[in-house]
Design a binder for this molecule. Structure first.
Ligand code: SF4
Length: 482
């Protein structure tokens, strides 16, 4: 059953028969929906790579749970090399799709939950770790996509979960039964949710006394009764409804973000991995966030490669590739992109084993990685916009190109370097538009800012992990200050 192909994966999602609210309508047959399909195809890439001659050795790995060969997207990292290979794999996926391929969130949630459940059992005599192992063994064997759900709506940001006027603004347990719990609430920004077989839910903040009902971690199949899906909009998303069309920018792939509502959902005990253990919540949040901040040192770099390539190509098509300032700007883009990659690799290479036996990234370096990601893709986008020129914001539509009157004018006046096909030039401009201002900018820019936590969250962790006292001590020793 392991190692599905992309087509097998798509068939397995179609078989779930999910329904979602999309643009004000109840939609079924989601795998064929023009807004959903590109995102599904992006996830399918993570499956196909495990079968491609070029990438299978990177994407296939031996499971620490079963000894069987599995897709690395379900792997519990066993070494710093595993952590490094994860980042390289994500860069490859970013290269192949030019967008968010969505499958990393569950991988990061699993690695965090694996170690936290172990430590929780040690501290509280609970039985979560074995439960999680049994759960994740099934995920690996069936080669499933698990979404990770952390971000609560949060209501009044100045108040704690228990202080909210509406307690459901943080997902919580509303009923405890002998065979499980009933949960209510919502999770926002759910990347690839409708392309997932399961969803794993974690708390979004460190919880304190009186907040036991919010201290819940569990998983449920995506077709569990009571789950409701409301599809998120992306800039220019309705271009995807216009049929196969250059104006979409990225013709095959795209991302997906969904608002997920838990309308009194029953979760059986065997899928509950924390339930009221307050002291474990902060750890779970920090570890999941650190793994996902590491992830950005791979996926955003892969997308950055695509943007750099598109920028260099449009410079060539425009006849300015040899201008020294253009060359220098492209070097700057490469420098920024590789700096992100260096951070992703560094926090992996400095990884260490957890008490449970899987490997965790270096938390300080993972946060440095993500803080850089909140800035550098914006600078890459600025430089790409600079070099591409104003046409990425003003170019006529693909339909005008087909118009018998407008079309010839467009072809005549959008010509650039002799021998360059005008339509090809327009395609490259549309791809750049997609990444810096269109649907692709959700993954490349907005997610870079807020995904895996907004910049201040990284600053707090850097302040905590940066060992400032140790640095002051160095100076005292050097200068013999007592
Ligand atoms: Fe993976 Fe990047 Fe998308 Fe997160 S933003 S799911 S790390 S591709």
């Amino acid at each position: 059953m392991s190692l599905k192909t992309g087509n097998e994966y798509i068939a397995s999602i179609a078989a779930l028969g999910l329904e979602a609210n999309i643009l004000g309508q109840k939609s079924s047959d989601l795998t064929k929906h023009p807004l959903v399909k590109p995102s599904l195809q992006a996830v399918a890439t993570t499956y196909d790579c495990a079968h491609s001659e070029r990438n299978s050795s990177l994407f296939r790995v031996r499971s620490s749970l079963t000894g069987e060969e599995i897709n690395r997207f379900t792997h519990l990292h066993q070494s710093a090399a595993d952590l490094t290979n994860k980042v390289i794999m994500q860069r490859v996926c970013g290269n192949l799709t030019g967008c968010c391929f969505q499958r990393c969130v569950g991988l990061d949630a699993a690695n965090a939950t694996f170690s936290v459940t172990y430590e929780c059992d040690q501290a509280h005599g609970t039985q979560y770790h074995q439960r999680f192992i049994e759960y994740w063994t099934r995920i690996q064997r069936q080669d499933l996509v698990v979404d990770g759900a952390m971000t609560d709506p949060k209501g009044d940001r100045g108040k704690r979960p228990k202080e909210q006027v509406d307690p459901d603004l943080y997902l919580r347990v509303v009923e405890r039964k002998s065979e499980g719990v009933v949960v209510r609430g919502a999770k926002f920004h759910q990347t690839g949710l409708l392309n997932s077989h399961e969803v794993m839910v974690m708390p979004t903040v460190n919880l304190g006394a009186g907040e036991e009902d919010w201290a819940i971690c569990f998983a449920v199949p995506i077709n569990t009764p009571g789950l409701r899906f409301i599809y998120g909009r992306q800039a220019s998303d309705t271009r995807k409804l216009e049929g196969p069309c250059m104006d979409v920018g990225n013709p095959t792939f795209g991302g997906q973000e969904v608002m997920l509502v838990f309308d009194d959902v029953f979760v059986p005990n065997e899928l509950v991995f924390l339930n009221g253990e307050l002291d474990q919540t902060g750890k779970l949040v920090e570890r999941f966030a650190a793994y996902h901040r590491q992830s950005y040192g791979g996926c955003k770099v892969g997308m950055g490669d695509v943007l750099i390539g598109a920028t260099a190509l449009i410079a060539r098509m425009n006849g300015v590739a040899h201008a020294s300032h253009v060359r220098d700007k492209i070097v700057e883009m490469i420098h920024l992109n590789e700096t992100l990659f260096a951070c992703g690799i560094a926090c992996s290479a400095q990884g260490h084993p957890t008490l449970a036996g899987n490997y965790e990234v270096d938390m300080l370096l993972a946060n440095v990685c993500k803080l850089n990601v909140t800035r550098f893709p914006y600078e890459l986008a600025r430089l790409a916009t600079d070099i591409a020129g104003g046409l990425i914001g003003t170019m006529p539509s693909a339909r005008d190109l087909e118009d018998p009157v407008a079309g010839p004018y467009i072809k005549k006046y959008l010509a650039a370097v002799q021998g360059v096909d005008t339509v090809d030039r327009m395609k490259v401009l549309r791809l750049i538009e997609n990444m810096v201002a269109g649907a692709g900018a959700v993954a490349y820019l907005i997610e870079s800012m807020h995904g895996a936590g907004s910049p201040m969250a990284q600053r707090i962790m850097i302040a905590r992990q940066g060992n400032l006292e140790g640095k002051i001590e160095l100076v005292k020793q050097l200068l013999d200050i007592r």
